[in-house]
Ligand binder design. Sequence first.
Ligand code: NAP
Length: 282
Amino acid sequence: MSVIIDGKELAKKIREDLAKEVVEIKKNGINPKLAVIMVGDDKASKVYVKNKSKACEEVGIEYEEYLLKDNIEMEELLKIIDKLNNDKTVHGILLQSPIPKHLNIKEAFNRIDYKKDVDGFHPINVGKLTIGEDAFISCTPFGVIKMLEHYNIPTEGKNAVIIGRSNIVGKPLIQCLLNKNATVTICHSKTKNIEEITKKADILIAAIGVPKFVKENMVKEGAVVIDVGINRNEEGKLVGDTDFDNIKDKASYITPVPGGVGPMTIAMLMNNVVKASKNLKR
Ligand code: NAP
């Protein structure tokens, strides 16, 4: 019988602890603030942004939203980022993706002051993570690591297999797991005989974006299975990248979707904003 990792509950605890910390920070005259930029009116982004503002409210972080028209020019977007970079009352800046195709998202992300880059996407933060320096870590991988730590799941010397090599999930996870002394393998769409690799995983992390990609025969008995995927099935129901119902009795620990990694991502964003406000001390 496996343990179902309760990301919702853990995220709630993290937010509660952060709320207490924010009360103390405010006594020192620091008022943590997150600025969120959203371009256009992507439906899913609207939901994500709403959840972030709700979390900020719970934690006591000031929240400011910039809703920009989808025909905005790159120059104007960069001007807004510059303004927020220079605003001493703003500690964290988040650019909600996706943004319209005519805009250069890389340039926009890179323009955010790395000290306010609470998403952990800036090349300086990515580089710092890689060489083991203090950095803002991308929120989803950071949330995965917090889950493993909270459930006392050992990583040292373990075979960790990640499926998916995106810049925001798979790649930073390599570094996070290496830092915790795991032996890391990463798979992607060009990987051959993927199940031969996943079957050797003590810790298997799926970040693919394909509903129920990971089947029971791809999982080793007693493996820890972390499902990052958020997909909608034909009935509009949220499903992960793993076939949860058929894997749950084989795994030692498993995350559900929803209620697993998702809530942790937002909790770690809150963590990063509080960290930024302490670093910037203003
Ligand atoms: P992404 O940028 O689309 O990357 C997907 C990765 O999966 C790519 O590296 C791709 O390989 C690999 N892949 C796709 N099909 C594959 C296949 N058949 N076999 C092996 N590998 C395959 O996605 P992402 O942004 O990392 O997100 C992945 C999933 O996590 C999505 O469902 C997303 O909604 C979810 N997500 C959840 C959270 C959260 O808070 N829980 C946060 C972010 C993302 P190639 O590189 O070779 O194309």
